[in-house]
Design a protein around this ligand. Structure first.
Ligand SMILES: [Zn+2]
Ligand SMILES: [Zn+2]
Ligand SMILES: [Zn+2]
Ligand SMILES: [Zn+2]
Ligand SMILES: [Zn+2]
Ligand SMILES: [Zn+2]
Length: 423
């Protein structure tokens, strides 16, 4: 070992390129013992720098001052190391680098390491970052695929995993439009279900809402081409989805139809329980023409469903009662207009007026509507009339029914068997 004190050469040892830790004087002496013979024969002159490359790094010797008569470094040359330059001490040391005898700056924290109670910092090079979420780990804690246990590649963005479960590349499917969002097989099926129709590869975006006896929806999914939207909540609201098996609603018993609509209304966000008239509209479209305008009877059917639908239905009953009162008032108004029509017939049609007047029966009166979506419309008077009298009541090219309508200020329509305004 070189005598530091009575040195013939003063030099600085530069360890900044040497990544092995130097713990103290013993480490330093051991390093010098390895280094010194490699420098024998090198010229000694102030300002010269000699370097030694080895694993792990480079050690440099900067010559500061040389005593006269010492041209080269020889085994008997006494070198005085006046300073040792060391790498800045890393406070944030990468644990993975440390395990490899290197030093790296830890910028991430590994959850697995901290859970194990060991140093948890990871450098940029050692950090394992999967697609889909910034959840770093060290190489030892590389997340595993939920399915096969391989090293995982991504965090699933689906509702079942919420970027907390990791999967490998073989179990990855990307969002059809967004390649940066990935799903595991289960979450993908949930987010993009395949249409129930055999041979159709489209996404089943429509879920069948048809409820069983306990109110559980059918749940089959079909694409917009193979599913049906049953527009029971008006044209502006999304109706009930129906799969192929449940799409035939025409002709079903009224109580089953109303049960479906009520259950659907309680489940669909932003949908209120329909009015009696809205139920009537749906019943008419499903073939229940008589019941469709008998609001008291509709109310009766709804009462029969009360135990099966739940509290939303209880809350709706007050509204239905109020509506029934208004409808009754309107029916009375309709009867008044019908009376006026019968009087017109008696006066203006001496030949058939009496017979037609006797055959007329009120189906429904609807007051005029102003504004609103689709604009206003005049008041409507729907009447029943035996088929053999309809042609005479209507008149050539509809002239008579049009004349009565103008005189009474309502649009008169035949409830059945009529070309104009058939329901
Ligand atoms: Zn590292
Ligand atoms: Zn770790
Ligand atoms: Zn998932
Ligand atoms: Zn896998
Ligand atoms: Zn389809
Ligand atoms: Zn269904």
């Amino acid at each position: 070992m070189t005598d530091y004190r009575a040195g013939q050469v003063e030099a600085v040892l530069d360890l900044r390129g040497w990544s092995a830790p130097i713990g103290g004087q013993d480490d330093l002496a051991a390093l010098w013992t390895q280094l010194e013979p490699t420098l024998y024969g090198r010229p000694l002159r102030g300002g010269a720098v000699h370097s030694w490359d080895a694993e792990p790094g480079t050690v440099r010797l900067e010559i500061l001052r040389v005593a006269p008569g010492v041209p080269v470094l020889a085994p008997d040359t006494r070198v005085d190391l006046v300073a040792v330059r060391e790498p800045a001490r890393l406070v944030h040391r990468c644990a993975a680098c440390d395990r490899q005898g290197r030093s790296g700056y830890g910028v991430f924290r590994c959850r697995g390491c901290s859970d194990d109670g060991r140093p948890d910092l990871v450098c940029v090079d050692h950090a394992v970052l999967l697609d889909g979420a910034l959840t770093p780990s060290c190489p030892d804690h590389h997340p595993r695929c939920q399915e096969c246990g391989d090293h995982a590649d991504f965090w699933c963005a689906g509702t079942g995993c919420r970027t907390r479960r990791s999967w490998c590349g073989r179990h990855r499917t990307s969002h059809p439009q967004d390649p940066d969002t990935d799903y595991c097989p289960g979450c993908y099926r949930l987010a993009f279900p395949v249409c129930e129709e055999g041979g159709c590869a489209s996404v089943g975006t429509v879920t069948c809402d048809w409820a069983d006896h306990a109110g559980r929806p059918c749940g089959r999914q079909a694409c917009t081409r193979h599913a049906r939207r049953w527009q029971v909540f008006g044209a502006e609201r999304v109706g009930l989805g129906l799969c192929r098996a449940h799409s035939a609603v025409v002709g079903l018993p009224a109580d089953r139809l109303l049960h479906q609509i009520c259950v659907g209304a309680t489940r669909k966000p932003g949908v209120r329980m329909p009015s009696l008239q809205a139920f009537g509209h749906n019943l008419r479209n499903c073939g229940h023409r008589e019941l469709a305008v008998d609001y008291r009877a509709i109310r009766g059917v709804l009462d029969g469903l009360r135990g099966r639908v739940g509290p939303a239905m209880e809350r709706a009953t007050a509204g239905w009662d109020r509506e029934l009162g208004e409808l009754r008032g309107r029916a009375a108004e309709g009867e008044q207009i019908l009376l006026a029509l019968q009087q017109l017939l008696l006066r203006q049609d001496p030949r058939w007026g009496a017979e037609i007047a006797a055959g007329l029966r009120l189906q429904e009166f609807k007051a005029a509507r102003t504004g609103g979506p689709g604009g206003g419309r005049p008041a409507l008077l729907w009447v029943h009339l035996p088929a053999d009298l309809q042609g005479r009541f209507i008149g050539p090219q509809g002239s008579r029914i049009r004349s009565y309508s103008e005189q009474l200020g309502v649009d008169i329509r035949l409830a059945d068997g009529n070309r104009r305004g058939r329901r």
